[in-house]
Design a protein around this ligand. Sequence first.
Ligand SMILES: O=C(O)COP(=O)(O)O
Ligand SMILES: [Mg+2]
Length: 219
Amino acid sequence: MTAIIFDLDGTLVDSAPDIQAAANRMLEGEGAEPLDLPTVIGFIGNGLPKLVERAMGARDLPMDRHTELTARTLAFYNAESTARTLPYPGLVAALDALRAQGFALGICTNKPAAPARDILDQFDLARHFEVVIGGDTLPVKKPDPAPLRAAFDALARGGLYVGDSEVDAETAERAGVPFLLFTEGYRKQPVEALPHLARFDHFDALPGLVAQALARAAG
Ligand SMILES: O=C(O)COP(=O)(O)O
Ligand SMILES: [Mg+2]
């Protein structure tokens, strides 16, 4: 049996507006101007500590202040991680179809594991996934391949990675795993710039694409 591991932010759920709200509450506390949504989307992908660093921009940020602001942003986010977040259209039907075909599903995200699980619970998605590796599950984050390898190891099988970003494409490449690119997420560059076996713009297409991709990866 094959495993399919998914990224979370910008892949399964459009979560940027809640991330923006948490970042802006932190910035407000610092007396700083709020960030617009495209700017925040550009900061997503390398995990929350990196997002806080980017949100604070050129401001002097010693390590203990960074730790404190990251904790504060995470607390704001944990308190409200789903108010403005939505799964992408067709997601549940695609997950049902993949599980009916016998695939084991998992998550490998740079989002901390606690809010990742809250989001999965809130949208009744948790039942689809046998493993959740968050950005704070291991000492390293994507694009280090270790979190993705840990997800496959937990399911004791190989397979495909599905994600939306440069970070995901690099992670898959470094892990030696075929990558499927969801094109409606938070990617910064054109699709051609990201190594991928195949891509899709709606979850209705995913089950068929997985079958094709596995045939191509095998052939
Ligand atoms: O938390 C982030 O920066 C990105 O999260 P993701 O890995 O689910 O896209
Ligand atoms: Mg993502």
